[in-house]
Design a protein around this ligand. Sequence first.
Ligand SMILES: Cc1ncc(COP(=O)(O)O)c(C=O)c1O
Length: 284
Amino acid sequence: MTDIVYLNGEFIAKEHAKISVLDRGFLFADGVYEVIPVYRKTPFRSKQHLTRLFDSLKKIDLPSPFDEQRWLDLIDEVVALNVEHLGENQSIYLQVTRGSEPYRQHQVMAKPKPSVLIMSSTLKDSAQTLTPQRATLMEDIRWLHCDIKSIALLANTLLINRAKAQGFDEAILYRDNELTEGASSNVFVVKSDKIYTPPKSQFILGGITRDLIIELCLQHGLEVYQQRIHIEELPEADEIWICSSTREISPIVAIDDKIIGSGEIGPLTTRISSALQDFKSQLL
Ligand SMILES: Cc1ncc(COP(=O)(O)O)c(C=O)c1O
């Protein structure tokens, strides 16, 4: 069975979905995106993801082509159309670009019609087992608006490819010697039973999983601080984990050649991860 995607008003087979070479997303990476996990056919934290989508769109001066309910309906439709072959756990990818114009030019001339793509893939419900990962520290070479979930991901892809080529699972990034985030994840650091993560700013994407983890830490009476973290503090951490919507929580047991804590999955990582699983199962 072939994947069905939504593209500009149509539900069509993925191999037939075509976009103009003049689309500003293709030419300039002029667009934004979201990735929403779907468990048992239900999009998880969809309102939060759509709020972030609206925020990203606003920050690039592009009105949303749909209201929240229309987005939710389209997402449900894509999930339903693919459920037989992708299963009930899916990862929805949606992107909005500024659309196409008659010829390539930086300046937007007319009022182009946004292009909208929604597609899905199978989601591995990975969090049942925590997999220890190794990260490498790299300078954050991205632009200064990382809070926008932009489709311009050249820096992120260069960083993760270079990390992977050296045998690491993730690149953990720093700017001016301060931790920002992972190439496609947020980072949490545990020291003496306190949990730290960099504050929201233009230097990081405000992760939906990051927000949920902070909520869960507070519910569980854990001390969590959103504050700047110097990279020299990282080797001294007891535990480090990264998080994202599709990977949930991944323990980082080493950064470059430095073992973090005991080198094993730490107790707070395990605790937060099970709190996240409990939270999910209560909703489903
Ligand atoms: C740069 C970056 N930071 C953080 C995240 C985590 O965000 P979320 O938890 O919303 O998936 C992602 C997810 O793709 C990301 O690309």
